[in-house]
Design a protein around this ligand. Structure first.
Ligand SMILES: Nc1ncnc2c1ncn2[C@@H]1O[C@H](COP(=O)(O)OP(=O)(O)OP(=O)(O)O)[C@@H](O)[C@H]1O
Ligand SMILES: Cc1ncc(COP(=O)(O)O)c(N)n1
Length: 487
């Protein structure tokens, strides 16, 4: 494969650009692939429904398919609307001749509007095509038709049906929870253990975005899976990334104002994000007063000019050691919840350095003394972090101020360093460029999580950040107020 996955969509059209090949091409581009398209059917449709379907002669479909495969090495195929059995036959013949490494089948039968996009007589032929695909992505109604059972009413029933489809076809199934009720919107890969892991099910949780603009989500998800898999991701990693991207596309759908029915999702929301105000910039600016309070507090000023009394500093270090022990647990939890291997590794490394590096520095200062009991400011801060561990985004937002406020203070306090400064090694640790880089990565991760979050989740992230920043201030104020000599 070249570096950029070459992905072919074989599907119908949607002149309003929300579903079919239009959604596929946007998705493939948004996720870093090169998109190509062969049209099975021309559909006069909009966000309110399908008006007319024109199917060109099947010979012309073969001509389109051959024109692409005679010339281009195809890394992945996504198959969408097929309309009738003759078209399915042509696609099966072509797949038998040209077998691209990744074949994803979205067994499109009925549009969101309720209009049929597949002849009832072609359902058997579509079942046959399922066996040729590497991944099949039915919604609940399509799963019911493919398995000959009633439509699943619960997630457990849907998982059973997906298992049945996998057993009858031998093909990996991506089960979609979009049509279930409730605040959650899970998806799952159901298939062989070597591909999806223990139990043969890899579930990816998701929050339901409150929008009626879901036109083309199925087309977009299947194209995303084809593109990401062709790019080298495992199926489970592809689903995590595809879902993160699609949730963001749904969260930005209402801003598009396309059509008066079920509108499309914003495939290019991630491209637009730099022009939007980053979440991190918003919350950092909103915490300006708290940050100023930290810079001006007696403890930080004393640390900078070296006038801070040793017993005050030692008391602070003892509390910081207590804090870091809990903080490392929360970083490890962020690692456990992380949606990608890179983020998982980042949080695990951060947990490790919080435990090892920081406590090594502390034990040097604490002179072997055991950390004291946690002070109220320490407990309040760690309680808040634990309470913020419900979702990945909220947790990442809650742990961020400890990185960011320290790194920011570090760059300021570095200016105060000199060889005989009593707290020079401490200032050096927080002014360390590697710590600044880790902080920048934590900020990038938080912005990506905020980009994919619903408005509600983003607000919770902001609140978690705001409260952590306030706890930072109280943590810095505590030593001066609580050192016994001063109480
Ligand atoms: N409101 C929503 N919020 C978050 N994710 C959603 C929402 N609706 C659908 N999805 C996601 O979109 C993808 C498509 O799911 P769905 O079950 O709607 O399939 P579909 O019916 O084939 O799609 P389409 O609406 O394009 O026909 C899945 O990943 C699903 O979890
Ligand atoms: C050409 C084409 N392919 C697929 C769909 C299904 O998408 P949705 O269910 O979101 O309408 C569609 N409407 N048109």
């Amino acid at each position: 494969m070249s570096g950029i996955p070459r992905v072919l969509s074989i599907a119908g059209t949607d002149p309003t650009g929300g579903a079919g090949i239009h959604a596929d091409l946007k998705t493939i581009g948004a996720l870093g692939g090169y998109g190509m398209a062969v049209v099975t059917a021309l559909v006069a449709q909009n966000t309110r429904g399908v008006r007319e379907v024109h199917v060109p002669p099947v010979g012309f479909l073969t001509a389109q398919l051959d024109a692409v495969s005679d010339d281009v090495e195809i890394d992945a195929v996504k198959i969408g609307m097929l309309q009738d059995a003759a078209i399915i036959e042509v696609v099966r013949d072509w797949l038998a001749r040209v077998r691209p490494p990744v074949v994803v089948l979205d067994p499109v039968m009925v549009a969101t509007s309720g209009d049929r996009l597949l002849d009832a007589a072609a359902e058997d032929a579509l079942r046959g095509l399922c066996t040729d695909a590497d991944l099949v992505t039915p919604n609940l109604a399509e799963l019911a038709v493919l398995t000959g059972r009633p439509v699943a009413a619960t997630w457990d029933e849907a998982l059973d049906a997906a298992r049945r489809l996998h057993e009858s076809t031998g093909t990996l199934v991506l089960l979609k929870g979009g049509h279930l009720d409730g605040a959650d919107c899970p998806d799952a890969l159901v298939g062989p253990v070597p591909l999806v892991g223990p139990g043969g099910v890899h579930e990816v949780a998701g929050a339901r975005v409150a929008t009626r603009n879901t036109h083309g989500t199925g087309c977009s998800l299947s194209s995303a899976m084809a593109t990401l898999r062709a790019g080298g991701a495992s199926w489970p990693d592809a689903l995590v990334r595809a879902k993160q991207w699609l949730t963001g596309a749904l969260a930005h759908a209402d801003a598009l104002h396309v059509g008066r029915g079920n509108g499309p999702v914003d495939h290019f929301h991630e491209l637009r994000a730099p022009a939007d105000r980053a979440w991190s910039a918003e919350v950092w600016d909103a915490a300006a007063a708290v940050r100023a309070g930290i810079e001006e507090c007696a403890f930080v000023r004393g640390l900078g000019d070296g006038s801070l009394e040793r017993d005050v500093f030692t008391w602070y270090l003892a509390q910081d050691a207590r804090y870091l022990g809990e903080y490392a647990r929360l970083l490890a939890r962020a690692s456990a919840l992380a949606p990608t291997a890179d983020e998982q590794a980042f949080w695990a490394r951060s947990a490790q350095s919080a435990l090892v590096e920081e406590q090594r520095l502390h034990s040097a200062h604490l002179d072997g003394r055991r950390p004291a009991d946690p002070a109220p400011a320490t407990t309040a801060y760690t309680d808040h972090l634990h309470a913020s561990g419900r979702t990945y985004g909220e947790l990442v937002a809650a742990v961020l101020p400890c990185f960011w406020i320290y790194a920011d203070l570090g760059t300021r306090l570095t200016a105060a360093r000199h060889e005989t400064h009593p707290y020079d090694d401490w200032l050096a640790a927080y002014g360390d460029p590697a710590f600044a880089e880790a902080t920048a990565q934590a900020v990038r991760i938080a912005d990506a999580a905020a980009g994919a979050a619903s408005a509600h989740e983003r607000a919770r992230m902001s609140e978690a950040f705001r409260r952590s920043a306030e706890h930072e201030l109280r943590f810095f104020e505590a030593p001066m107020a609580l050192v016994p000599a001063r109480a």
